[in-house]
Design a protein. Structure first.
Length: 168
């Protein structure tokens, strides 16, 4: 994957040089996508929104986990002194609750991932609009994301975050 990105970048740079745009004239910028997700107000707002949206379900799962742990400890501690029928009933209760917990936990993760992807897509869409505006206004030829290394002088991430802050 990295090799393919390097080849694409090399091809783009070669094409620019062939078309007469010399390397000295090439204006390149870089945006740190992870920093945008961490620092941009839109991303922070989305994270708080998700936290409030999913906090009740998360608390319910934590309560169920504690209940399961309590049942397991009680079973381990008292199973030798319980009547066979009571032990089987407790084991069935534990198994049923365990399956319900796993089902709810799986649904929670799926729903959370779906919502995170939706919110991240909205943040990226806003960031891409801001990047495009900066590129057009400052006449950038190329703006890169997700590179192995970049000189700090090419990094325009702070400008993108500021643009996202101003655009709220």
């Amino acid at each position: 994957m990295l090799k393919a990105k390097s080849l694409v970048l090399a091809s783009c740079l070669s094409a620019l040089c062939i078309t007469g745009l010399g390397a000295a004239e090439l204006k390149v910028g870089y945006v740190d996508t992870q920093r945008i997700f961490r620092d941009a107000p839109a991303a922070q707002k989305a994270a708080k929104k998700l936290e409030s949206e999913f906090s009740r379900r998360d608390q319910e799962l934590q309560r169920m986990a504690k209940q399961l742990q309590g049942l397991q400890e009680a079973l381990e501690k008292n199973s030798v002194t319980m009547a066979e029928s009571e032990r089987r009933n407790r084991e069935k209760e534990f198994g049923d609750l365990s399956r319900e917990f796993q089902r709810r936990q799986r649904e929670f993760r799926e729903d959370l991932n779906l919502r995170q992807n939706e919110e991240n897509a909205a943040v990226i869409e806003k960031a891409n609009r801001a990047i495009k505006q900066i590129a057009e206004s400052d006449k950038y030829d190329l703006i890169l994301q997700d590179v192995v290394w970049v000189s700090p002088r090419l990094d325009i991430t702070e400008r993108v975050i500021k643009a996202l802050s101003d655009g709220k």
